[in-house]
Design a protein around this ligand. Structure first.
Ligand SMILES: Cc1cc2nc3c(=O)[nH]c(=O)nc-3n(C[C@H](O)[C@H](O)[C@H](O)COP(=O)(O)OP(=O)(O)OC[C@H]3O[C@@H](n4cnc5c(N)ncnc54)[C@H](O)[C@@H]3O)c2cc1C
Length: 452
């Protein structure tokens, strides 16, 4: 928040000017997130951009099915039909519904929205080099990457939304609690005839299961432009993107040689961690800087947007002079338990492992509250939202498909997919939308399913 900016009549809350510092140019070549959940769509509705998100290029009639296959051209073991979004209706407790909208479309929508506010300044290709915070303010050194020009910014507050390796968090010596879950690789490619060549009907997700168990998934990102992403769940540690044998992975997933146009490779670390602090004095942290969770369930960005909304109005209130002295300290009190619970929840879902879930008691309490009538119990067969959303027949068919899948794969149990929604009374903001695939193999080995 730049002190030198003028107050704009268009400002929502009368806040001073805001500067966004981003080292990238705003272009997303290898998009991570695809699903904007109900709570984020509610925010989009509040900001009058929900229609724009709904109109994103993901075809509204494209089935969101998940298929379990040996390879894309091999056997189909099971299929969970998920209706295309045009046939989905909002549930009774929200006017919005989940929207499939890749980050490569969603980020520019947010960017255009931010540009509409004269008091917001977006500085792309600009890197935050260092900052110093005192009781009275924050000073930051930034550098414009093309010109190498350095600039000094004086501000009231700084918010580090600088991702998993947050320089802001590290500068404050704030640690992360949790653990590393694996080292996935994303391979992005264009393959216009993939479905036809493999004899498949339109499907959003293929989960590949071969002799090594569940090892990858193939997800359509942009059906119109035939853009797909192959995610290898664990490619071993410290792998260089250049060293990834893309052709070999693609052949294993597709089950035959396939010529594709490669669009990008991204190697990353899947973690289940939450930051020990969300703020220190005038410095705040949000998004992946404070919570990193398995992408299964599509909660990473959605939780981050919840952070930004919570912190945003509080900063605006304090800058405008009507926020009380303790308002800003409520950010960590409200949002950290949510980050911790969501992280724990995702880790439990993707691995079945609850160890290290410091917030399990908190989570149990919130589920109990949900059961007590504030919200719907996820374990109740009669009221589960995934039944009401798609109808009981759809849910039973999905369970049957998963059960059949478990028998054929020799799994002892499969907890069928379900959409689980909860709202924490502590924050009133959080909506969890998770899809649960948890497969346990016979014996001690656990197969992990991951998608996102
Ligand atoms: C495979 C996959 C699928 C996913 N699917 C979903 C999904 O469907 N729904 C969902 O909600 N979430 C999903 N996520 C998670 C989601 O992508 C992340 O939670 C989200 O991108 C985090 O946003 P962020 O802004 O906090 O961090 P980032 O996206 O990492 O952004 C941080 C930004 O800070 C910039 N930066 C860093 N340091 C500096 C510096 N010193 N100066 C200037 N700029 C700097 C970086 O350039 C970067 O642009 C998925 C993740 C993965 C890996």
């Amino acid at each position: 928040m730049d002190r030198s900016g003028s107050r704009s009549p268009a400002s929502w809350a009368g806040a001073e000017s805001h500067a966004l510092i981003e080292q990238g140019d705003g272009t997303i070549i290898t998009p991570k997130m695809n699903e904007v959940n109900v709570r984020t769509m509610e925010f989009c509705r509040r900001w009058a951009i929900a229609d724009e998100v709904h109109r994103c290029p993901f075809p509204p009639d494209y089935p969101l099915d998940v298929a379990f296959v040996t390879t894309l051209s091999g056997h189909e073991i099971g299929r969970m039909p998920r209706p295309p979004r045009m046939s989905e209706q909002p549930e009774p407790h929200s006017p919005t519904r989940l929207q499939v909208c890749s980050q490569m479309w969603f980020d520019p929508i947010l960017q255009r929205f931010a540009r509409r506010f004269p008091h917001v300044r977006l500085h792309y290709r600009t890197r935050l080099e260092s900052f110093a915070a005192s009781e009275n303010g924050v000073s930051a050194e930034v550098v414009e990457i093309e010109s190498s020009q350095r600039r000094h910014i004086e501000a009231d507050y700084i918010v580090g939304c600088d991702g998993a390796n947050s320089m802001v968090r590290r500068s404050l010596s704030i640690g992360l609690d949790g653990k590393t879950l694996g080292h996935p690789v994303h391979l992005y490619f264009r393959a216009p005839n993939l479905l036809e060549m493999c004899g498949r009907k339109p499907t959003t997700f293929f989960i590949t299961v071969d002799r090594g168990g569940v090892w990858s998934n193939v997800r359509v990102i942009d059906p119109v432009n035939a853009m797909w992403r192959l995610m290898v769940l664990d490619a071993g540690s410290a792998l260089d993107a250049e060293a990834v044998d893309r052709e070999a992975y693609l052949r294993r997933a597709v089950g035959r040689p396939l010529k594709v146009e490669w669009l990008g490779t991204s190697v990353w670390t899947r973690r289940s961690v939450v930051s020990q602090r969300y703020a220190k004095g005038r410095v705040f942290l949000a998004g992946d800087a404070v919570h990193q969770l398995s992408p299964t369930g599509a909660l990473g960005m959605n939780t981050g947007i919840g952070d930004a909304v919570d912190l945003g109005w509080k900063l605006a209130a304090v800058l405008a002079g009507w926020g009380g002295t303790d308002l800003l300290s409520s950010y960590e009190i409200e949002r950290r338990p949510i980050g911790a619970a969501t992280t724990c929840f995702q880790a439990t879902k993707s691995s079945g492992d609850r160890s290290g879930c410091e917030t399990s008691a908190w989570l149990r309490n919130s589920i109990a509250i949900i059961k007590n009538g504030t919200m719907i119990s996820p374990s109740s067969r009669t009221t589960a939202p995934w039944e009401r959303r798609y109808g009981g027949a759809w849910a039973k068919r999905s369970c049957a498909t998963s059960a059949a899948c478990s028998v054929r794969l020799g799994f002892r149990s499969v907890i069928a997919t379900r959409t689980h929604r909860s709202v924490s009374p502590m924050a009133r903001h959080l909506t969890l939308m998770t899809r649960k695939f948890s497969c346990r193999r016979r014996g001690p080995v656990r197969a992990r399913l991951m998608y996102g």
